[in-house]
Design a protein around this ligand. Structure first.
Ligand code: PFF
Length: 453
């Protein structure tokens, strides 16, 4: 059997994991959730969840991946056997569904880069809304989806070192630099102080009043943004060596991801307030596109700022999408003996086809996203946390201690965080997520079916 690939350098792994974590979740999903869930109140709960739930859950996946050096399906078969191996299938299915619409949103982003270059952002909400619907559904959206998916296939097809590691070495520093530059620009806008008040001064009363909304949204977002719950971090950690400190690497990855999401808020909200857009109305998948275009259309040089901003989002989305595809591809290579390029091309094409409905009608984005993100992703995270926290905790504690000079009692703190708070919060989140999905299926989606069939 051919030698399994590994990362060439430590930074290679960290950059790839940061590249996976930083994506549409940070720059598209995070700001609209902050807008929708009440600004700073959401931010506080989110930060708390990233530290107390997200970070421990990331180490859970690292431990499984590095211990086995296998893809998620193989890893769970080796460590747990029995029913646990099927969890790997849930991961693969989740990655499959998420990538299918993630790529469509990636295609929208590409389209908005183009609109910027043509100086075409419409400067009022209604016009921008029309522009979004036109760009986001129909043939144009299918084309964008195809271009985005082709880029993902090309990078993953080249493999770990020549494809993924090489690509992220350029992409991740570029994302960080441009994001900081844009935040400094946003600081100079007239709406900045109002924006900071909305974004940065939390109201505890608001958290208490809306916790049933804020809690699942924040927990789901913490998972999505850190690429947890579907084996992406298991897969990436399976390519690293034993000599590395997982806790330290995890801290860097979580820290950078959070920094970029936070910075995205520092960019988006000043632009909104300056352009007279109310962030509380930024609801749904189109929010960031519509509101930004409306605000940018009014700014001098808005087209340039928009082009750079959407260009950065496109790069970030690409470096995340490659990790989604790698989960499925690594399985086909390790367990089915397929050749990398063939596996990538076949799976990539199937995912493209599965995503087509979401490019044709926006209602399918919700149908896919609510199911994959709020239910499957959280379910995957819950199961792997139960597995690591309660079933193989001795192995896990041994693994987390490797490559670490002295973790002291932190290993125990970690395992207990996983055993109780992580599991309880994920359980509550999934419970609320199933309810929400049921409401969607019997409400909006049933309406859509009634009108279209
Ligand atoms: N973390 C990515 C983002 O924030 O955009 C999305 C993602 C990538 C989720 C990979 C899950 C995953 F496995």
């Amino acid at each position: 059997m051919a030698q399994r690939e590994t990362w060439a350098t430590r930074t290679g792994f960290i950059l790839a994991a940061v590249g996976s974590a930083v994506g549409l979740g940070n720059i598209w999903r995070f700001p609209f959730l902050v807008g929708q869930e009440g600004g700073a109140a959401f931010l506080v709960v989110y930060l708390l969840f990233v530290a107390l739930i997200g970070f421990p859950a990331m180490l859970v996946e690292f431990v499984v991946g590095r211990r086995t050096n296998r893809n998620p399906v193989g890893a769970l078969k080796e460590l747990g056997g029995g029913v646990w191996q099927y969890l790997g299938w849930v991961f693969a299915a989740t990655g499959f569904i998420i990538l299918s619409y993630y790529s469509v949103v990636g295609g929208w982003v590409l389209r908005y880069v183009l609109i910027g270059l043509q100086g075409g952002y419409v400067g009022d909400i209604e016009g921008a809304g029309g522009q979004f619907v036109e760009a986001a559904s129909g043939l144009d959206a299918v084309l964008g989806h195809a271009i985005f998916m082709a880029a993902v296939i090309a990078i993953v097809g080249f493999g770990i070192r020549r494809g993924i590691e090489f690509a992220v070495q350029v992409m991740v520093p570029a994302i960080i630099l441009i994001a900081f530059g844009l935040a400094v620009y946003a600081f100079t806008l007239p709406g900045a102080s109002e924006a900071y008040a909305f974004y940065l001064s939390p109201d505890v009363g608001e958290i208490l009043a809306n916790w049933t909304d804020i809690l699942p949204a924040a927990a789901g977002q913490a998972f999505f943004t850190l690429s947890l719950g579907m084996g992406a971090m298991i897969t990436y950690a399976s390519y690293i060596g034993d000599d590395r400190n997982l806790a330290e690497d995890g801290l860097i990855i979580v820290g950078l991801d959070t920094l970029i999401a936070f910075t995205a808020g520092l960019i988006v909200f000043p632009i909104f307030f300056t352009g007279g857009v109310d962030p509380a109305n930024t609801i749904g998948a189109g929010a960031i596109f519509i509101s930004l275009a409306a605000a940018l259309g009014d700014l001098s040089f808005g087209w340039l700022i928009g082009t750079v901003f959407f260009g950065t989002i496109a790069i970030a989305a690409l470096s995340s999408a490659i990790s989604l595809l790698e989960v499925v591809v690594s399985y086909l290579i390790d367990e089915r003996g397929m050749e990398r390029f063939t596996a990538t091309a076949i799976v990539g094409t199937i995912i493209f086809v599965v995503g087509i409905p979401t490019a044709l009608d926006l209602v399918f984005i919700d149908l896919y996203d609510l199911f994959a993100n709020n239910i499957l992703l959280v379910f995957g995270g819950l199961m792997v946390s139960i597995f690591v926290g309660w079933v193989i905790s001795n192995v896990a504690l041994d693994e987390i201690g490797r490559g670490v000079r002295n973790l002291g009692s932190w290993g125990d703190v970690w395992i207990w965080l996983v055993r109780i708070p992580v599991i309880v919060i994920l359980f509550v989140t999934i419970y609320l997520g199933v309810f929400e999905y049921y409401e969607f299926l019997t409400g909006d989606f049933a309406d859509w079916l009634g009108q279209n069939l």
